[in-house]
Design a protein. Sequence first.
Length: 142
Amino acid sequence: MPFKEDQSGLTTWFELEIQGKAIGYFTELTGLSAEVETLTYSEGGMNEFQHRLPTRVKYPNLVLKRGMTTKADLQSWFQKSHTQAERTGIRVSMMDTNGTRLRTWSFVNAFPVKWNGPNFNAGQSALAVESIEVAHEGIEAV
């Protein structure tokens, strides 16, 4: 279990799986959303409203953040992607402090598009954090 329960008892963390293999645990996840784009159509003689027609779904990139570890899995995955982007299925699971999966989401044709290493400042004692940004073509609740 990578994280201990905090004082409030509300600690959760996220597990990233690539092709069924857990490669990391994260404390922050953003970009878990989907939006239907619409086309606005004005019908002649109909001035009370405009028709809004659904078109396509768009998905923002996922961003996962964690404290820096001794493993270079994320950086290696990113480095492979800019020479030969291998689109693959990934899963992100929200875990409780006991390691029980609370929710899992599956992402289609995912590949990393950005990796950030830690920022260092000798005058501050901040946690070293790394992040990975992942593009994908769809999301499903599992």
